[in-house]
Design a protein around this ligand. Structure first.
Ligand code: AMP
Ligand code: GLY
Length: 424
């Protein structure tokens, strides 16, 4: 079958790498893709949120399945667009409906969903410009640090953690009245601070059945020792060594099951990935967020550990037969180290020539912000590429990733040297 994958990051290169290994995949199109996907699939220069252009491509190329990488097209309703179009409604879209995607599109909606279905989450209240004074009073009743979350999508930047009450009250006003994050912060969720270790749980569901994918941990801050600004993610490790069977059982019974049952009770159509962001507080997993897609760079360590055919897995999702599949997981560890443009996550330059890729033998290079300039691979974003390796343990895998990192060069290359150190 011909398949269309939407997106252009390392996550999408990892999906593409896995999907083309399937005998079920004839031609794989990626829109818009990057230099990495161009080397293994057919890139098409259209935006994943231009649904009419996506439709034209799907009909022209006789595409029989659409896999959605990022959240944007999902939150904008690509699943419903296909379902409600008579030319497209037989073509499965891997991703949730617009209502399902609201779990990521609105923090308040996610909180209400969790409270309704008894899913453990931090205590919260939400405020608008009209209730900003009540918000300031509410902040004064909490213990620091204060967690302020823009309700809508803010490119991963909408969460502020502030230690000082007066500053937190100022920022609340900036968000609600000053539109710090535009429309995304016209509503703000104020949440209890959870002190613990973060971890991500990835679930694939057909709306009734689900499969829990390998655990992974990412490293969000730009600086070593988890310092500096938040990024999309600077590296990842799978599995996460401290997640034992007891903790996993709690995550499944208290969080995963009620989430999937919640979809059914609330009539939420959901055929795709659920990324549950958790904080482990004294061995009690508590949800801090839902994302309606896979994580990036977590995908670059989770997908390489999946032995099961990804296309057949997606077909089972589409046909609601996920219960008939047994996931096969590679026992080895996988790690990835993200190479980023100097200056990221603030201002950075693009179009830097990348050299040394041909010397990589012990790792898989998943491109993120890259493009082809003639035959030359050049940088085209903040996060440039994820260097993934396997090992019998994560230390061995990391050694390979870092050896490969040293072989790849571009001007102002930056990366963290301490991925996985907290797991030692
Ligand atoms: P989110 O966009 O919800 O993932 O939040 C971004 C980051 O803020 C998370 O990765 C956590 O590090 C942190 N965070 C979010 N909510 C909380 C919370 N309630 N307590 C402590 N840290 C939080
Ligand atoms: N790595 C975190 C995310 O994809 O949101």
């Amino acid at each position: 079958m011909n398949i269309l994958l939407l997106g252009s990051g390392g996550r999408e290169h990892a999906f593409a790498w896995k999907m083309i290994q399937s005998p079920l995949c004839d031609t794989l199109f990626v829109a818009p893709g990057n230099a990495g996907t161009a080397s293994i699939a057919t890139n098409v220069a259209i935006s994943p949120t231009d649904f009419e252009a996506v439709k034209a491509l799907v009909l022209e190329e006789k595409i029989e399945m659409v896999v959605v990488g990022p959240e944007d097209p999902l939150v904008k309703g690509i699943f419903d667009f296909f379902k409600n179009d008579k030319d497209l409604n037989t073509i499965p879209v891997i991703g949730p409906s617009k209502l399902g995607a609201t779990l990521e599109g609105s923090k308040e909606f996610a909180k209400e969903f969790m409270v309704k279905h008894n899913i453990p989450t931090a205590a919260y209240d939400s405020f608008t410009a009209e209730t900003v004074e009540q918000g300031c009073i509410f902040l004064a009743t909490l213990n620091p640090p204060f967690v302020l979350k823009a309700d809508g999508l803010a490119a991963g930047k909408g969460v502020l953690i502030i230690h000082d009450l007066v500053k937190a009250q100022e920022e609340l006003k900036n968000m609600l009245v000053g539109q710090k994050f535009g429309a995304a912060s016209s509503k703000v969720v104020i949440e209890e601070f959870l002190d613990g270790i973060e971890l991500s749980c990835f679930v694939l569901t057909d709306g009734k059945n689900y499969k829990i994918l390998p655990t992974a941990k990412d490293y969000k801050r730009i600086g070593e020792g988890d310092t500096g600004l938040n990024t999309g993610g600077m590296g990842a490790v799978s599995p996460v060594s401290y997640v034992d069977a007891v903790l996993m059982e709690k995550i499944e019974t208290r969080i995963v099951k009620p989430t999937i049952e919640g979809f059914q009770k609330d009539g939420i159509e959901y055929k795709g990935f659920v990324f549950i962001g958790l904080i482990n507080v004294n061995n009690e997993p508590i949800v801090i967020e839902y994302n309606v897609r896979m994580g990036d760079p977590e995908t670059e360590v989770v997908i390489p550990r999946l032995k099961t055919d990804l296309v057949s897995l997606f077909l089972s999702v589409a046909n609601e037969k996920l219960d008939e599949i047994t996931l096969e997981i590679d026992e080895r560890s996988a790690t990835t180290v993200m190479l980023v443009s100097g200056g990221y996550p603030e201002n950075f330059e693009k179009n830097k020539t990348i050299t040394g890729l041909e010397n990589i033998t012990d790792s898989i290079v998943f491109h993120a912000g890259t493009k082809l300039d003639g035959d030359t691979v050049v940088t085209n974003g903040g996060r440039v590429m994820a260097i993934t390796s396997y090992g019998d343990n994560f230390q061995e895998a990391l050694k390979k990733s870092y050896a490969s990192v040293d072989k790849i060069q571009f001007e102002k290359k930056n990366f963290r040297r301490d991925i996985g150190n907290d797991l030692l």
